[in-house]
Design a protein around this ligand. Structure first.
Ligand code: UD1
Ligand code: MG
Length: 463
């Protein structure tokens, strides 16, 4: 058999989301909802993948290569969506129709649907389930002989008779059709409340003598559709758990999986332990044997092996093997922390290279700095890297010991093995091995307190 054409309906208004962002672009674990559906369609062995989109919504523009867009310019409802993709589909094609709002749809389920449809020479095959809360879904009304008679929509339950609302078997919204039967019937589906429902085709296909197969599935996750923010949270929760379990299978420990937030496109090496309250965003890579958390956020961070990070926020930076970060550190884009270096408490580092074994233990800001290896940066050191117009670099050599409260007014450099004095504002380069000290000399005024007291007693009361 030729590979099926898979249509993904993604042009609904998503009004129940109450959002300016189109529903299918809402992220689920770091990817737009529709991308999950596209990937399932690909893995299921699609020939063509066509997404039905609405002009001006920005969905067509975000489709990956190889996925076609068909614009739904007229008509409302899932039936109109499918009609929008009709051009260029030959009558003998198997057409799979998926809903763009089912991000957990599994490729195996799609593949088995196609298989069943083709094996049974059906005109249409639809998936149903009785394993989810049926509220809001189309209910399957079966005839006395158990065949599917029609589907009742329950988006507006007040308009649906009680006995039909009690039906627990719902339409999953995933179908396989023979193209000829689908489009032949769809032309004749009349509008309900201004919408042409795709589900209206089934009684017509049966009337026209077509074979309708209703396949029950136990696959709860594939069946979950997103119409509201509550649904979005629900699918996000399931997918987050799935991602965690995949990493766990690969040898990663999660101390508190219920408080871990994981996005797709993350790599974690074995024997790494993820602590409570950790959020790991797409594009992050973590090596082996790391300890991450508690309460740490990694946004596109790249960590080597044996890295320790606690209570910190790391964005688009590199942390090499054995480095220690936090608690309470903020690493910003362009930062490289070399092997075995330590970034401690209340330290912010931006666009800087911190050398091997170097320590920045407390209360410092290093921006646009290059620090050599085995250097110790004292508490509260700050690079004054911005003159109001441009950023300038600070260079600090190897084995340097800067004392507390040193300010580096960039551009400036400090040579290897050099020192700075506490409270220094370094504006000029410090040569190798020198002590740079730049502060007013201390003066002690002897007898000051006694003199003050004398002055006070000399002032006569009432004067
Ligand atoms: C639909 C089914 C319902 C099924 C449920 C499963 C219909 C009439 N009802 O209801 O039987 O139980 O899915 O989740 O099909 N769309 C368009 N163009 C439109 C309208 C919708 O492309 O004009 C797209 C949406 O973006 C969405 C999908 O079609 O991805 C389904 O639309 P939605 O409005 O969510 O239908 P449901 O009420 O969930
Ligand atoms: Mg829906």
């Amino acid at each position: 058999m030729a590979k099926p054409t898979i249509l993904i309906m993604a042009a609904g208004h998503g009004t129940r989301m109450r959002s300016t962002l189109p529903k299918v672009l809402h992220p689920v674990c770091g990817r737009p909802m529709i991308q999950w559906v596209i990937e399932a369609a690909r893995r299921a062995g699609a020939g063509r993948i066509i997404c039905v989109t609405r002009p001006g919504e920005g969905v067509a523009e975000r489709l990956p290569d190889g996925v076609e867009a068909a614009e739904q310019t007229s008509g409302e409802g899932t039936g109109s969506a499918v009609l929008a993709a009709r051009d260029g589909i030959t009558p003998d094609t198997t057409v799979v129709v998926l809903s763009g709002d089912h991000p957990l749809i599994s490729s195996a389920l799609i593949a088995s649907l196609v298989d069943r449809h083709e094996r049974e020479h059906a005109a249409a095959t639809l998936l149903t389930t009785d394993k989810i809360d049926p509220a809001g879904y189309g209910r399957i009304v079966r005839a006395a002989d158990d065949s599917v008679e029609r589907i009742v929509e329950t988006k507006h339950p007040e308009t649906v008779p009680e006995d039909e609302l009690r039906i627990r078997e719902v339409n999953v919204g995933t179908y396989a059709f023979s193209a000829a039967e689908l489009f032949g019937a769809l032309d004749s589906v009349s509008e309900t409340g201004g919408e042409r429902y795709l589900t209206g085709v089934f009684p017509l296909i049966v009337q026209r003598g077509g074979r309708l197969v209703a396949a029950m599935t136990e696959d709860v996750l594939s069946s979950l559709g997103v119409n509201t923010r509550a649904d979005l949270m629900e699918v996000g929760r399931h997918l987050n758990r799935q991602l965690i379990e995949q990493h766990a299978v690969n040898g990663v420990s999660f101390a508190s999986p219920d408080t871990t937030t994981l996005e797709a496109d993350v790599e974690i090496g074995r024997d790494t332990v993820i602590g409570p309250g950790v959020t790991i965003h797409a594009g992050t890579r973590i090596g082996e044997g790391c300890e991450i958390g508690p309460h740490t956020t990694l946004v596109g961070a790249r960590l080597g092996d044996g890295v320790w990070v606690a209570h910190s926020y790391l964005v688009d930076c590199d942390v090499e093997n054995g480095a220690r970060i936090g608690p309470f550190a903020y690493l910003r884009p362009g930062t490289v922390i070399r092997e075995g270096a330590k970034i401690g408490t209340f330290v912010e580092v931006k666009n800087s290279d911190i050398g091997r074994g170097t320590k920045v233990p407390h209360l410092s800001y290093l921006g646009d700095a290059d620090v050599g290896e085995e250097t110790n940066i004292g508490a509260s050191n700050v690079t004054a890297n911005y003159d109001g117009r441009k950023k300038h670099r600070t260079k600090i050599g190897k084995r340097v010991k800067t004392s507390v409260d040193t300010t580096f007014v960039a551009p400036v450099s400090v040579g290897d093995d050099a020192y700075t004095g506490a409270g220094s504002v370094i504006t000029d380069d410090v040569p190798d091995g020198a002590l740079g000290i730049a502060r007013a000399r201390q003066e002690n005024i002897e007898g000051y307190a006694q003199r003050k007291e004398q002055e006070a007693s000399d002032e006569q009361p009432g004067d």
